[in-house]
Ligand binder design. Structure first.
Ligand code: NAD
Length: 244
């Protein structure tokens, strides 16, 4: 159980981030979600979290904006009193072959996915250090492990998250803070809309189906909980066996 704790989840308005917010709320954690644009979806997540009897609030903030993240983290700490768990799930894709990929395609994906994760860690770490503990869970991807044609920008950002995770884990371990990454395969969300029936994709997945956001949320809850206190710097694949 996470009673008395506060979890900050980026990308919490939908998809994997939303499933994680609901799972952690169900375990008694206060929830702060950070989202990019859709106010209605964000407020919907908040309302669903509140049904578990916990305090929940949504914060609109572009995670790639260093100054905005600093302000938002301070606001969340003020509103919630503490932050114990940081889940970096905000992410975007701009899939194109390298021949077609332009500079903004590359920069925007790396800025949101990789720099956004750094920005959140940078501004939450001092809070974790003062509290002598904290859990950081970064959502990477199997694309960052295997590479994926048409996703040079995304694969680079997700591989970068793995390096960032390991460096953070080593640096913050002496402070009692753990940092792990989750590397999902194909999970059914808006990001993968329309891929569910793609036979080529299903053929590459030994379990022959896409994953559900709730399955990723179970793993995140484990990494946030007491059972994972001796795990740090790990990258856990959740991909139906695709990248083994
Ligand atoms: P999604 O598109 O459904 O949700 C993305 C979330 O990120 C939204 O809440 C959005 O508001 C937020 N977001 C986007 N840009 C942002 C920004 N600049 N600032 C703040 N928030 C921002 O995506 P999803 O499928 O739930 O993916 C969640 C994470 O999991 C992403 O990092 C994605 O790369 C990763 N992932 C997804 C899959 C998959 O198959 N769905 C597979 C591997 C990894």
């Amino acid at each position: 159980m996470l009673t008395g704790k506060t979890a900050l989840i980026t990308g919490g308005s939908r998809g994997i981030g939303k499933a994680i917010a609901l799972k952690l709320a169900s375990q008694g954690s206060q929830i702060a979600i950070v989202y990019a644009g859709n106010d209605t979806a964000a407020l919907q997540t908040v309302a669903e979290c509140e049904k578990f009897g916990v305090k929940a609030k949504a914060y609109k903030c572009d995670v790639s904006d260093f100054g905005a993240v600093k302000e938002t983290v301070a606001q969340i700490k003020g509103d919630m009193g503490r932050i114990d768990v940081l889940v970096n799930s905000a992410g975007i894709t701009r899939d194109k072959l390298i021949a077609m990929m332009n500079e903004p395609d590359f920069d925007s994906v790396v800025s949101v996915n990789l720099k956004g994760t750094f920005n959140m860690i940078k501004h939450c770490a001092p809070i974790f250090i003062r509290q002598r503990g904290g859990r950081i869970i970064n959502i990477s991807s199997v694309s960052g492990i295997m590479g994926n044609a048409g996703q040079a920008n995304y694969s680079a950002s997700k591989a970068g998250i793995i390096g960032l995770t390991k460096a953070t884990a080593r640096e913050l371990a002496p402070r009692g803070i753990t940092c792990n990454a989750i590397a999902p395969g194909f999970i059914k969300t808006d990001m993968t809309e329309g891929l569910g029936d793609n036979q080529e994709i299903l053929a590459a997945i030994p379990l022959k189906r896409m994953g559900q956001p709730e399955e990723v949320a179970e793993l995140a809850a484990f990494l946030a909980g007491d059972g994972a206190s001796y795990i740090t710097g790990e990258v856990v694949r959740i991909d139906g066996g695709m990248a083994m």
